[in-house]
Design a protein around this ligand. Sequence first.
Ligand SMILES: C[S@@+](CC[C@H](N)C(=O)[O-])C[C@H]1O[C@@H](n2cnc3c(N)ncnc32)[C@H](O)[C@@H]1O
Length: 244
Amino acid sequence: MEDSTVETNNTTGIKQNRVMAVEEWIMKWEQNEIGFHDKQVHRLLERNLDAFLNNRTKLRIFFPLCGKAVDMKWLADMGHSITGVDISETGLKGFFIEQNISYIEEQVPEIPGAKVFKSLSGNISLYCCSIYDFPRIDVKFDGIWDRGGLVAVNPCDRECYANVLLSLMEKECRYFLVTVSYDTSLHGGPPFYVSDTELDKLFGMFCSMKYLGKIESLIEMQKMWGLDYLYEILYLVTQKSNLC
Ligand SMILES: C[S@@+](CC[C@H](N)C(=O)[O-])C[C@H]1O[C@@H](n2cnc3c(N)ncnc32)[C@H](O)[C@@H]1O
């Protein structure tokens, strides 16, 4: 992996044994404790859009653990088709309501108990199910925007999560992965810190990773956790034979 030139984390105090049940995420949405939600298009996506699209149009773009990310509407308006997955029905319905998009609700035969919310124009489909069940739907993507996905899953589930994402990548897929960097002696996660070594373990066998940039993005909630800096770091993940 290329050097991300990110400040070294304090690894002595890492406490990453926190395990969050999906019910806790659902509860967070019910109680509107969604400090992670950004009302603006993500700056790293906006700045690196050309690298994401790579001169391609009408892409199938996947948003793992999508919440109600406004980036989905932004990319859909450019003519791409969007698929998202989140465990929270409140979050997914909130997306359609806030973006003023009419939608229908359907069952998902491949995943008992799951629902899909589809925009009437058919270009946005948001699945309400566990990300680990999603591969039962036989589909692949040309692009993946993963902000608040890998860093949100429990560290013990990371390998499983990475394997799900790898299984969804089309050959030419450009996977934009956003990780976080902060003083891990002050906060254990989520969002969880994922080291470069760990990224290499998760993706290195099949993919190349390229550092694209980072932004300072400390928000009020994180200041309350005691953090004094937090960077979001963007990597481009591509299948090995396809890295430009
Ligand atoms: C940190 S939020 C990020 C949301 C969105 N990507 C964003 O940037 O605003 C993590 C999301 O993952 C969802 N989530 C957590 N565990 C999940 C799972 N196992 N399957 C599907 N969604 C899950 C939560 O409901 C929450 O919306």
